[in-house]
Ligand binder design. Structure first.
Ligand SMILES: Nc1ncnc2c1ncn2[C@@H]1O[C@H](COP(=O)(O)OP(=O)(O)OP(=O)(O)O)[C@@H](O)[C@H]1O
Ligand SMILES: [Mg+2]
Length: 257
């Protein structure tokens, strides 16, 4: 059974056909990439699968379960975590608190535990703190634990977002342009971080990127989306040599180099 199976997913924003007859299969542990020009519908695909929008038509099965109509937090609790294209970190919460918050969403103390400092609750607190630190460490940002995200360098803040998404050890992790706005050095460091995380957690990853280098380094399979339609799918080499893909990216060489 595939981890994620999307069949004939279509979405319209009013008269705009943003995603058309979209299909996707992700197996456990696989890294799949989604590339395409600005406005192609990539983030909309993420938003549809993670429950932010409800598709106009189609089927989405995650881990064998139909997830259309489930709230985003419900889908997340089934083991599908994500990061956003624009960072979503709170101004007044420390880095460590951000990552701990993601853990709280996964556990319940029970009514008594929520109000009383029971030994069980203290033990859980301790475990959560340790897990949060371990996740920050995996992304190389544990030294910022007590700082506010606004005080961090950009690349570090993006890693905190990923640490928050990965701390619950999701079965599938969606990353929306993890290297956007980064220098080539930061991009290479991010590729290594994602690779290390994948080696450690074996999490399946679905990755949106503008930069071909990132998908060729990381992905086993890549889809190219143009005007809401998949125009090519294959391994990174096939995608790079596909005339349709080259055409879609013409004039964008500087972006994808
Ligand atoms: N909430 C919305 N309401 C109406 N139109 C939308 C909405 N969200 C996205 N769109 C439109 O749908 C199309 C696809 O947008 P989307 O953000 O999915 O593209 P993208 O491939 O992620 O682009 P980028 O590379 O710039 O992030 C665009 O034409 C966009 O303007
Ligand atoms: Mg986008």
């Amino acid at each position: 059974m595939s981890l994620l199976k999307v069949t004939s997913m279509t979405h319209k924003f009013g008269g705009l056909l943003a995603v058309s007859e979209y299909n996707l299969t992700i197996e456990p542990g696989q890294i799949v990439g989604l590339i395409g020009p600005n406005g192609a519908g990539k983030t909309t695909v993420f938003n549809l699968i993670t429950g932010i929008y409800r598709p106009t038509a189609g089927r989405i099965e995650f881990n064998g379960q139909d997830v259309i109509g489930l709230a985003p937090n419900r889908i997340a609790s089934l083991g599908l975590a994500r990061t956003f294209q624009e960072m979503r970190l709170w101004r007044h919460m420390t880095v460590l608190e951000h990552v701990k918050m993601a853990c709280y969403a996964k556990i319940s103390y029970g009514l008594a535990g929520a109000f009383l400092q029971t030994p069980k609750r203290r033990r859980q607190e301790q475990e959560i703190e340790e897990r949060a630190f371990a996740s920050l460490k995996m992304f190389g940002v544990d030294q910022f634990a007590s700082q506010l995200p606004v005080d961090l360098p950009y690349g570090a803040a993006r890693r905190v977002e990923m640490a928050r998404a990965a701390v619950t050890e999701p079965k599938l992790l969606f990353l929306d342009e993890p290297t956007v706005g980064m220098t080539p050095e930061e991009m290479m460091a991010m590729i290594e971080i994602i690779r290390d995380m994948h080696n450690k957690l074996k999490t399946a990853i679905f990755l949106i990127e503008h930069r071909l280098r990132v998908v060729t380094e990381l992905c086993q399979r890549v889809q190219t989306l143009v005007f809401g339609q998949v125009i090519a799918e294959g391994n990174p080499e096939e995608i790079q040599n596909n005339p349709e893909v080259i055409k879609a990216y013409l004039g964008e060489e500087k972006v994808v180099a």
